[in-house]
Write a protein that binds this ligand. Sequence first.
Ligand SMILES: [Cu+2]
Length: 183
Amino acid sequence: MKRATLGSVLVAMLLLLIARAPGVAAHTELLLSDPADAARLDAVPTEVLMTFSEDLLPDTVKVSIADGNGMVIRVLDLIVDGAYVTVSWPAGLTGPDYTVNYRVVSQDGHPVSGSVSFTAGQAPPSAAPAPAVSASPAPLLVEPASTGSSLPVGAIAAISGGLAVGIAIGFLFMLRRRGSGTP
Ligand SMILES: [Cu+2]
């Protein structure tokens, strides 16, 4: 009885610890952004505006923008005002796919990261379209390796040889029985 009570107290304490662990409880989150996530724009924006649910520690805000062509630019030209972040659009990115990655720390000290992705403008025309049909199809038949074939063939021969001997013995027994059975 006493042991059971102690056990349940320990379980309750453990659950409390898990609930208080960073990352489990709800912290700062991005409430909205402009451009919005999954937006489709005609041209790249001059700024990206992000609104978070809590005031941020200004020096902790890190933003980078990646395009779909492998370029990632860390944006240093940004303004943090309470829960608002204004990011100036950097030069050097090519569209049409963009991902804005952010990492912020709110007043409670917990880091939160995430991203906003959108498309802007048209995809540049591809210089060399990939050919749809291959000129030389891959061979369908593959020759067996000469080194590996000798052993299995021998094994098969031995097995079939043994089988033939067995059948022959069985056949002889049957003939003998039939011969002894007839008067
Ligand atoms: Cu938090």
